[in-house]
Design a protein around this ligand. Sequence first.
Ligand code: SF4
Length: 589
Amino acid sequence: MDSRNGPETNPGALTQQQSSNHLLHRLFDVQQNLRHIPESSIAELANDLSLPISQVEAVVDFYSFFHRTPRGRIDILFSNCTSCGDLTMMHELCKQLHISPGKTRADGMVSIDFTSCIGMCDQGPALLVNGHTLTHLTSQRLEQIAAQVDAGTPVEQWPVEWFRIQDNVRKNGLLLGTAFETGAALRAAVKQGPEAMLAEIVTSGLRGRGGAGFGTGMKWKFCREAKGDEHYVICNADEGEPGTFKDRVLLTSHAHTVFEGMTLCGYVIGSSKGYLYLRGEYRYMLPELYAVLARRRKAGLLGENILGQQGFNYDIEIIVGAGAYICGEESALIESMEQKRGVPRVRPPFPVTCGFNGQPTVVNNVETLAAAAHIAVHGGEWFNTHGSDKSDGTKILSISGDCATPGVYEYPFGVSIQKILDDCGAENVQAIQVGGPSGTLIGPNEFERKLGFEDLATGGSFMIFGQQRDLLAVISNFAHFFAHESCGFCTPCRVGTTLLKNGLDKIAVGHGTKYDVDEMYGMATLVKRRSHCGLGQTAANPILDALQRFPKLFEDRLVHSDFEPNFDLDAALEEARQISHRDDAEAHL
Ligand code: SF4
């Protein structure tokens, strides 16, 4: 199935459909209308929402889609992901439009910048323009975009075919290949009752599909047993790990199944309210998601007395993020839902006992909830007879990079890496990043390893790098990503990710020494061990993996001296030479 995110989903239409008065939504409206968030709007919003001005200011400064200074009427953000990004294209368009990256053109018409992965890794290079997504960029398309900008054509009038997004499902499995009858999971739940349904989920062995792999049945059980005024279900649709896009496909073509999984969870844990936290890059999905919710209400699958069951009340609201990868971390996501900066909480307490608004909360990934809906219909054994010893069921992968057919593939756990590479037409492979930048980097001598929690765990990202790739540049891209996305709360991650990024840059340009590599190893180990949350604890993985498995990447770039400064000393003396009017040999190093 294809989805569109063009003229029929213009920003105005999105605004009308946003039901809640949430701070992120209000700020989005202001950003759309005024192209920035002025002080006056901050004060007004703080007053309207009864929030401290300092909180609204902090939120504006935290999320990358909000700006204090005006952006162009056409605001373009190129993905800088190794799979769906190409910054040479950004520079090409900047040249055509006479603008520098990160700046707004003097006439206020356009601004161009880059952003982290936008989840289009199977159809890149890609960009966002005023929140809409353009994929399959070419030089010809850039020229056409430049012409539209220079003509002052509103984005809503750009050709609709530019905004087409494909699902690219290449291999169906247990979940993607089994038809789902809307309402079937809830009918099964009502027939069996919440305890029996919880037992099915436990029997299935389903574990969280976001990457961490906590037992879903246990999570639901802990939350069901926790005391609170209200219980909440949150579907984490903030898939921001570079190389991951399978939740995009689930929400595009299987939204009923996902919403049914949320409602099922609500029934089991005793919740009447669920939230879908959608990443800001997927804003284009909103009209269709709202339409599915409306259809479910009309069919009696949301609202009061669902399926005629007295007291089975449940509804779902959508909250849209604003460009912050860290909000994929469950406690940061909850903070964001509470209209704050997305800073991870100190745990315990865990969300199952103290989550959204201090109440017991289940946070599950999109794929986990879709799987739960199928399990409710077919039973726990239907699921756990697939997979490997410690990993029941199947995993949906987002495959991108150097292969013939990138897209979405579903496999039973236990499948070998080589089998996946054969299926997607990947040849002459140098390395695979399994689980995105926070996962594991492996080389060809490990391609017989298996996908699963007991071996290679993944939230879904599977990035392939051919022999022609500069793997050090890839590692460096990941380091830049983590330095950019660090929330800044704790020092090891805030400072460490920047030092790692700088260290890699120095080596990449040929100024590195063995001393720098040793320093980087020490820093990577420190960042991994001392950081507060999963982002920092995994940020150094690509560097540590590369040092262990691909040491020549570094050795080949090292100069011979034991130490070289991180800047050009001679260039640094240029100003002194100009002041003293000297440019003779002795004025140089
Ligand atoms: Fe924030 Fe990084 Fe610390 Fe996590 S590890 S809390 S992202 S600074």
